[in-house]
Design a protein around this ligand. Structure first.
Ligand code: RAM
Length: 512
């Protein structure tokens, strides 16, 4: 791969030092089935006098801990033994974002993304006295420790169980929320920022349990919330350079980037993510006022548009040539033509703003020509004049995705946008969003169309729904009617702290 080493060096110099803190469990007990709890698992607190203490003597079986809040970091504890130590100690340690991950067996489990993401370890300690530190970073609220083999000649005690958490998000930078914001929205804002904080590591990770990786579509939303909260501009700059530095021989920026052993392309290319590099760069420059970066990466941004326009025909219509991964949402039944069309229009328009910012108007007429052509094609081929809504693909599918993106792209004006959203409520069979990523863009369209009350109700119902289930972070996938919905074959491998779901903060922080 012909990586741009200059860009990668800039990115590496911006690698943040992580901020540590210590979290200890607040309760311990036994795992139990409970149909009234999330995924039917709970922890029944021990009757011991001080269940908050991690100290316990384990002779048989298992103990589960609740750290009281989501943690991303390194687990350690101390061991003491009574009796004759004549063989090693063998422990199974499981970590769960949900209690179900501790309760359910991972045996025979083959999720599409790989068993190794599931967080369990078996450790064998030859001389079980003193400190034990697990080398891997975990993402969890719950931990279970099981004595897999009970040594007949000694008892052991675990003390000082704790997690050294890490993040590159500085809490002290968060502006105070306006006093007019009601409690439920404050709670949603807190949970949003908590979600983002855990995903801010040496890059903006999609989720700290999985994939622990920088994804372009996720990064854009994370960066937007970051500008209103933690204001870590250097982390955004690092990520922009990582993407630009790992572009392929066509100049195409990959949709995800790995950091280790050295920065490298994830070699996955999502059409919509590629185009979204343009607004991501613009938004960074506007928020940070770092115009030099915008100037330096402007050719990379333009290149993404040249590449995505190759799939737009001479009439200005996008066609899926099956050479790209089209994402938009996890809903498999979604036809993505209209959404992709709109995203390209939107990104071309954002490029005009970026051109002005970097002082280069040489491509303006090219940008205008494509905007006009594609907008015209959108109205002629993707707008159903009888039903007065946008349609997508040969099946003329009507979806929230298509309407949202066409509204965001400004293909219709404010008043038409408002009518479309009102009309959608009354139509049968409209394809719904499957996850928070697309719900974000639905919210954005609602605010553009002046449907503020509808947007706030959606935030309260959808994101509030995850808080009502006891979560202090927002999830990767959330369907209130099918909590176990998973794109990967099992809900156990879903990410329950996924930064693309942190965007209610963005809207809440703009309310007064
Ligand atoms: C998932 C990632 C990420 C998303 C991509 C498309 O596996 O977790 O959030 O951007 O796929």
């Amino acid at each position: 791969m012909p990586y741009n080493n200059k860009f990668i060096d800039i990115a590496e110099q911006l690698k943040p030092t992580l901020i540590p803190s210590t979290v200890k469990p607040i309760a311990r007990g036994q795992l139990a089935k409970d149909s009234s709890s999330l995924f039917s698992w709970t922890i029944v607190a021990d009757n011991a006098e001080n269940t908050a203490s991690s100290d316990f003597i384990c002779r048989n079986g298992q103990v589960a801990f609740d750290f009281g809040r989501y943690c991303v970091g390194y687990l350690s504890f101390e061991l003491e033994c009574e009796g004759k130590i004549d063989c090693p100690l063998r422990l199974q340690i499981k970590f769960g974002e949900t209690i179900a991950e501790l309760g359910e067996s991972f045996d025979g489990f083959e999720p599409s993304l790989g068993r190794a993401w599931l967080q369990d370890e078996v450790i064998v300690i030859d001389y079980p006295v003193g400190e034990v530190k697990l080398p891997r970073r975990y993402a969890f609220r719950y931990v279970s420790i099981t004595s897999v083999y009970n040594p007949p000649s000694y008892k052991f005690r675990i003390t000082n169980l704790k997690c050294e958490t890490v993040t590159s998000a500085d809490e002290t930078a968060i502006p105070v929320l306006s006093g007019n914001i009601p409690e439920q929205l404050r709670d949603i804002d807190r949970t949003s920022l908590n979600t983002l904080r855990h995903c801010m590591q040496t890059v903006f990770e999609d989720g700290p349990k999985r994939d622990r990786r920088l994804w372009l579509g996720d990064f854009r939303l994370q960066a937007l919330v970051n500008y209103q909260s933690f204001k870590n501009y250097d982390l955004c700059k690092r990520c922009l350079y990582l993407f630009a530095g790992t572009a392929d021989e066509r100049g195409c920026i990959p949709s995800c980037v790995y950091e280790y052993p050295q920065p490298r392309s994830g070699e996955l290319f999502i059409y919509d993510y590629t185009a979204l590099f343009v607004p991501t760069l613009l938004e960074y420059a506007e928020a940070s006022k770092d115009i030099d970066t915008a100037v330096e990466l402007w050719p990379s941004a333009l290149r993404q548009l040249e590449i995505v326009l190759k799939d737009v025909d001479s009439n200005g219509l996008f066609h899926d040539k099956k050479e790209w991964w089209l994402f938009i949402d996890w809903n498999n039944g979604l036809d993505k033509q209209a959404s992709e069309q709109a995203i390209v229009i939107y990104c071309l328009k954002q490029a005009l703003k970026l051109a002005e910012l970097v002082g280069d108007s040489s491509r303006n007429s090219w940008l205008h020509t494509n905007i006009n052509l594609m907008s015209k094609a959108a109205m002629e081929s993707l707008f159903d004049s009888a039903r007065q809504v946008f349609i997508s693909g040969e099946s003329r599918q009507i979806s929230w995705a298509s309407q949202a993106w066409m509204i965001i792209a400004g293909v219709v004006d404010y008043s038409v946008a408002s009518e479309i959203l009102s009309r959608l409520e009354g139509l049968e069979g409209v394809v719904q969003p499957a996850g928070p990523y697309l719900y974000h863009y639905v919210l954005e369209a609602m605010f553009i169309a002046g449907h503020k009350e509808q947007a706030i109700a959606l935030i309260k119902e959808y994101w509030g729904g995850m808080i009502n289930l006891g979560s202090d972070t927002f999830w990767e996938v959330f369907d209130p009617n099918d909590l176990k919905l998973s794109p990967y074959g099992s809900y156990l491998i879903n990410s329950y702290c996924h930064a693309w779901s942190c965007t209610p903060s963005l809207f809440i922080r703009q309310l007064e």
